[in-house]
Write a protein that binds this ligand. Structure first.
Ligand code: GYE
Length: 325
């Protein structure tokens, strides 16, 4: 696996607490009065979402759109990059040309943003980084970041394995290579039980690619008896591949996952998944609050860590049915 370049802006790594971490403050520089057309007092936000690859992403998009609504005071330009960095870079340049008040984006991978981040910085438009992290040589490339502690998620998954399957032979189903969510979950997990990992491959965070990767893994590593998947969707693809190979997911091959979307938790109730570390995608309201403060030039925390839980097979059908996403 390639590791990111030396100069890093990896806030997730710095995060220690699981609750909202309020650290040093910095302030936005938006000229909220610079509206050209549209609603007068609305905050003009350009949001580049990285894609629609997973249940997590769909829930996150819904939450962002619901919170950054016109009735809440926002004029939102939401652009889906379909998991392509070049699409994101184009969207970010468009937002600069539109002279929006605030740019928010969720970077598909960590590297490759230097040029466009410098352009945004030169424009004076403040950036709010959402969900994943960046690795850039640009100084102070964003005002604030909101997302989960991916490294801790990997560690929590690893601790469950160390406790419940200390002899397991693990295949690790990685997310999009070079994304903050992949790099940090892997680091956290491997630090605890990396010596049990016998093979790795990426399923790009999608169900279809997760299934393909596990089909190949069952051939390459037939002794696999536990899969650590970086998200639920790939884990559900793994279930299909395992069943097609005549094995029983959750028994012959245990599955430890991250996210906790409803389909993932249903797989826990159905005993096909064994453990799920939550990654909560519903933080639109917190994001809206941050963007408002940034647009008004108010101080904001440098980072906001979204709270995560974890679930095992004691979860009930009622818990799953009550899940909002
Ligand atoms: O876990 C996965 C999605 O960046 C936290 O991206 C996010 C991850 C999430 O595709 O399902």
């Amino acid at each position: 696996m390639s590791r990111p370049a030396p100069v890093r802006t990896r806030l997730a790594v710095l995060a220690t607490g699981a609750l909202l971490a309020l650290t040093a403050c910095s302030s936005g520089t938006a000229d909220a009065g610079g509206d050209t057309g549209g609603g007068d007092d609305l905050i003009r936000v350009g949001f580049s979402q990285l894609g629609a690859e997973s249940g997590w992403r769909t829930a996150n998009t819904e939450s962002v759109k619901a919170s950054l609504s016109e009735e809440n005071g926002f004029d939102l330009n939401f652009v889906d990059a379909q998991q392509k960095q070049e699409n994101q870079i184009k969207a970010l340049r468009d937002f600069v040309a539109q002279d929006v008040d605030v740019i928010a984006f969720s970077p598909v991978i960590e590297t490759g943003w230097d040029e466009v981040l410098q352009e945004i910085k030169d424009s004076g438009i403040p950036v709010v980084l959402v969900d994943r992290t960046v690795d850039t040589t640009v100084e102070d490339p964003f005002v604030t970041w909101i997302g989960a502690d991916f490294r801790q998620e990997g560690t929590t998954a690893g601790e469950w394995v160390a406790e419940n399957a200390p002899d397991a032979k693990i295949f690790e189903l990685q997310g999009t290579l070079g994304s903050g969510a992949q790099v940090d979950r892997e680091e956290g997990f491997d630090e605890v039980v990396g010596d049990q990992v016998i093979g790795k491959a990426s399923g790009n965070f999608t169900r279809a690619e997760g299934k393909t990767a596990v089909e190949a893994a069952l051939q390459a590593y037939p002794e696999t008896d536990l899969i650590f998947t970086h998200n639920d969707d790939m884990g559900l693809g793994a279930v299909e591949a395992i069943e097609a190979a005549g094995k029983v997911p959750g028994e012959d091959i245990k599955i430890v996952s991250v996210d906790g979307v409803r389909d993932g938790l249903q797989a826990l109730v159905d005993k096909k998944f064994n453990y799920v570390v939550e990654c909560n995608p519903v933080f639109g309201d917190q994001l809206a609050e941050l963007i408002t403060q940034v647009a008004n030039g108010e101080d904001v925390p440098e980072e906001t860590i979204v709270v995560d839980a974890a679930f095992d097979q004691t979860i009930t059908q009622a818990d799953v049915d009550a899940r909002a996403y």
